[in-house]
Design a protein around this ligand. Structure first.
Ligand code: ADP
Ligand code: MG
Length: 228
């Protein structure tokens, strides 16, 4: 089962994964009210079960609540076609209004189950914002893999290894370790089959935040998670 970005971010926030403030809206006026509440620059994002929204015009930086209202009006109820939706596209029923942030670098961080080994495996890449399948096809050496023994859980040295591999600057390494550890905990405790943060962003002030979030769940474990 897949969920929307805003729902994945709610789950991640509960586990201490760094996400920006934001709320979901179903009408243009609601979207404008959220923008007023957040203050400052906002990003409005179409909520559909597919990626590629940025390139398809489903994500926009807005400076004022009026701009947020107009962009939301243009998206809500419309069909968004991205390279992941197929030609039929998906109807946008909700938009997520989130604080804007100043991006220094876009990274990739994901967790999947390596079925051959039977272990959760972290994947990280400096090539954030690009689809991981594309990175895997073109520059596979740019994907770092870190399998985690589920009986032991993720160790700090593993998270540090990934942080250094991602080229996270020294003053931000502890934040990266905390981020990776929290993401692993969220993945395990919610019985996820996939957790993908693309991009994981290093901000101009040295914070690490999940700008996008995709989670999928093992249907066989859903009975344990009525909230999901
Ligand atoms: P998709 O993967 O569907 O294209 P993303 O959530 O990854 O959608 O957003 C696309 C791009 O928009 C990101 O790579 C990032 O550059 C930018 N972006 C998204 N959210 C924010 C935000 N809150 N602040 C600043 N930039 C953002
Ligand atoms: Mg993305």
């Amino acid at each position: 089962m897949n969920i929307h970005e805003y729902q994945a971010k709610e789950i991640l926030r509960r586990y201490g994964v760094a996400v920006l403030n934001g709320k979901v809206a179903s009408t243009p006026d609601e979207a404008a009210a959220i923008a007023r509440e957040l203050g400052g620059v906002c990003v409005v994002k179409a909520q559909i079960h597919a990626g590629g929204r940025g390139k398809a015009g489903g994500v926009k930086f807005c400076k004022t609540p009026d701009e947020v209202r107009e962009f939301a009006r243009g998206l809500l109820g419309k069909t968004l076609v991205t390279h992941q939706t197929g030609p039929a596209g998906r109807t946008v029923r909700k938009v997520f209004v989130e604080q804007g942030c100043e991006i220094a670098r876009e990274l990739y961080l994901g967790i999947v189950i390596d079925r051959a080994r039977g272990w959760p495996t972290l994947m990280a890449s400096t090539e954030g914002g690009v689809e991981i399948e594309e990175v895997a096809a073109r520059t596979p050496e740019k994907i770092l893999r870190e399998p985690v023994d589920p009986a032991v859980g993720i160790q700090a040295f593993q998270a540090r290894k990934l942080a250094f591999g991602l080229g996270v600057p020294k003053p931000s390494v502890n934040k990266a370790v905390a981020f990776i550890t929290a993401l692993y905990k969220a993945f395990i405790e919610s019985d996820s089959s996939l957790a993908e943060i693309n991009p994981l962003v290093l901000t101009k002030v040295g914070d690490l935040v999940a700008l996008d979030a995709k989670m999928g769940f093992d249907d066989n474990a859903l009975f344990r998670h009525p909230d999901i």
